[in-house]
Design a protein around this ligand. Structure first.
Ligand SMILES: Cc1cc2nc3c(=O)[nH]c(=O)nc-3n(C[C@H](O)[C@H](O)[C@H](O)COP(=O)(O)OP(=O)(O)OC[C@H]3O[C@@H](n4cnc5c(N)ncnc54)[C@H](O)[C@@H]3O)c2cc1C
Length: 352
């Protein structure tokens, strides 16, 4: 696995500053999927960022992320992911088990040489645009709480079951998906029957928490920079003072900077812990999402206060980040579930 962040940033930055920024306001306003941005990321090879080099990916990211496709995915799908032709998404949350994804209530039953899936998935991001869903169910026959499948979106019996009109992350096409007597081959299983929890915790959780934390930090960083720029450039005409000349405003901006840097430092330490298989790696993985998610809501709350009336205008962008930042706290594992896991780890109790 290679680690060359500056090369990756050279690929990402023009896309972020170009097509992503260009469409951000419209995607948010219309609540439509950011197709142009996803296509640009695919064309630059970035959807294959963590795909192995053998299948044409960039081979970047941390070990667990690579494992999710390396260990369990069919080679053709892995090649399509690496080439930016395949978007898959997590279908873990359910109407029954809600945010407690480790206890799915949906079923998988043997049906001749196939497996029949029945489910009410409550939230599936990119649902109408994904080629396949990484899908949890109760096991077919084995003991254990869950089994994971790769379910092609076009599988007969799988249907989109609603629309998305969210407070934030409005372009993410996050919809309920239902399965009624949907048949998949046994080869669609990712990992062993009944081994879903291990796949969720050892493979999905580290990459999900790390990426989720990085997303929260990105929102904080942009908001901090925009707020600081607004404070420095907005003036009171009667005395010529800038907002940033007010000590209270500077202190708020300082708190935004501090909280953003705290979250980033913890994320970087989490990556170090994962890369070197440190003893506290699991604790750090739990902490980084909880901390970044909560700090992002605090930073954006301050950003809304400091930018004053301008915060209510869409063009400044801080109100969009304020709405987007809320999602991390309720995306499973939710902050409160993470606090429970972290508390158990710190008190020397079994975490899961
Ligand atoms: C924008 C967005 C995109 C999403 N995309 C996906 C996706 O692609 N795939 C997917 O599978 N899911 C996705 N989700 C769903 C998400 O992961 C959660 O499952 C969902 O937000 C939980 O909502 P709920 O109302 O069912 O939560 P509930 O489970 O009803 O939780 C309500 C409250 O109870 C608390 N709570 C629940 N269990 C515990 C516990 N054990 N300890 C402490 N507190 C607890 C929660 O923290 C929360 O505050 C998405 C959610 C959002 C908002």
């Amino acid at each position: 696995m290679s680690h060359n962040p500056s090369k990756i940033l050279e690929l990402v930055e023009p896309i972020a500053a170009g097509v992503v920024a260009e469409h951000a306001i419209r995607v948010d306003r219309e609540g439509r999927f950011p197709e142009e941005a996803v296509s640009a990321l695919g064309a630059a090879g970035l959807l294959g960022l963590v795909s192995a080099r053998e299948v044409g990916g960039l081979g970047e990211g941390h070990r667990a992320a690579a494992l999710v496709v390396e260990k369990h995915g069919p080679e053709a799908v892995r090649r399509d992911v690496a080439a930016g032709r395949h978007l898959s998404t997590l279908a873990f949350s359910e109407a029954g088990s809600r945010s407690q994804f480790w206890a799915p209530t949906s079923t998988a039953t043997k049906n001749g040489s196939s497996v029949r899936l029945d489910a009410k998935k409550s939230w599936v991001t990119s649902a109408g645009h994904a080629a396949a869903y990484v899908w949890s169910s109760r096991p077919v026959a084995a003991a254990g709480a869950s089994t994971i499948w790769l379910v092609p979106a076009k599988t007969q019996g799988v249907r989109l079951d609603g629309a998305f009109d969210g407070l934030g992350l409005r372009g993410n096409d996050s919809r309920p998906v239902a399965a009624e007597a949907a048949l998949v081959p046994e080869s669609a299983r990712l990992g062993a029957d009944g081994a879903g929890l291990a796949v969720m915790l050892e493979i999905v959780l580290p990459i999900f928490n790390v990426m989720n934390a990085a997303c929260s930090i990105g929102l904080m960083e942009t908001a901090t920079q925009r707020t600081a720029a607004h404070a420095a450039s907005s003036r009171f005409e009667h005395d010529g003072a800038a907002l940033a000349d007010l000590p209270t405003i500077r202190a708020y901006v300082a708190r935004m900077r501090l909280k953003t840097d705290l979250a980033r430092a913890l994320l970087l330490d989490t990556l170090d812990a994962l890369e070197t298989a440190r003893g506290d790696a699991v604790l750090r993985v739990l902490e980084c999402k909880a901390a970044a998610g909560e700090l992002a809501t605090e930073v954006l709350d301050i950003g809304m206060r400091v930018t004053g009336g301008a915060a209510f205008r869409r063009d400044l962008g801080v109100e969009r980040q304020f709405r987007d930042a809320r999602a991390a706290t309720v995306m499973a594992p939710t902050t409160d579930a993470l606090y429970d896991f972290i508390g158990k780890a710190v008190c020397g109790m079994p975490v899961f």
